[in-house]
Design a protein around this ligand. Structure first.
Ligand SMILES: [Mg+2]
Length: 249
């Protein structure tokens, strides 16, 4: 499939590992909290288990169905089930409820979230070019507070969060709601994110143009329009603004 875009009117962004990241990484945070509540574990032991538990939890909802609001008990219950998955797979002795409280507090702490070095300059440059900006994220209800604490939220006309919408990427619905709130046509909207399915395919299926942010060059040989740093989008946007050029995928 080839999609063409002349001048975009809006750019939408994924949040995690696109605009911002977690430092220490989630495995390190889990390892520290687990070790406080029970036997000592290292992040290297937690890492693969964390990914398996994430995949298991993801498999419990169909793609596009919001995981957090579909759990009886809401997002905190979802995270409780996730923590139990991690504990079970590690055969760890920490009690799940106090551990969940600790983890919930740890990830709500402003201090663990960082903005990539080129994020603000890229947003600023896009704003200078007259583009509307938005976030489209599969996240729980805490994302707006995190964006606020990082001084990011004011860059965006619209912030669309799956747990609040009740629908998540890759469903076209969450993309189309966002372009509609921005007042732009999907075909004039460019989405940037690091996940091939949720971001790239999801956006394309919603009629958006898409670029995969591939910071670690994992998808060099695959047929994605890709960049390895957020600020590379500027050159692409500029190429659509000077004369009749379009960019094709
Ligand atoms: Mg992401």
């Amino acid at each position: 499939m080839t999609s063409k875009m002349t001048r975009p009117a809006a750019v939408t962004f994924d949040a995690g590992n696109t605009l911002l990241y977690c430092d220490p990484n989630p495995s390190e945070i889990y390892a520290a909290q687990l070790s406080r509540r029970g036997r000592s574990v290292h992040a290297k032991e937690v890492g693969p288990v964390f990914r398996q538990a994430w995949a298991e939890m993801q498999s419990r909802t169909s793609p596009g169905q919001d995981r957090y609001s579909s759990a009886p008990g809401g997002e905190r219950a979802w995270w409780g089930d996730f923590v139990k998955e991690v504990l079970g797979r590690l055969d760890h002795d920490a009690p799940w409820e106090p551990l969940l409280d600790d983890l919930y507090a740890a990830f709500s702490d402003d201090g663990v979230w960082r903005v990539f070095p080129e994020t603000i300059t890229t947003l600023s440059e896009l704003r200078t070019r007259g583009l509307a900006l938005a976030v489209i994220s599969n996240w729980d209800r805490r994302l707006p507070d995190i964006l606020r604490s990082l001084d990011l939220i004011d860059w965006f006309e619209v912030v669309t969060v799956s747990a609040i919408e009740g629908v998540e990427k890759p469903s076209p619905e969450i993309f189309q709601r966002t372009s509609s709130r921005l007042g732009v046509d999907p075909s004039s909207t460019l989405h940037l994110g690091d996940a091939p399915l949720e971001d790239y395919s999801g956006a394309r299926n919603a009629g958006f143009a898409a670029i995969l942010l591939d910071r670690h060059d994992l998808f060099v040989d695959q047929p994605y329009r890709r960049i390895s740093s957020l600020d590379e989008v500027l050159e692409i946007v500029d190429s659509t603004m000077t004369g009749p050029s379009v960019f094709s995928f």
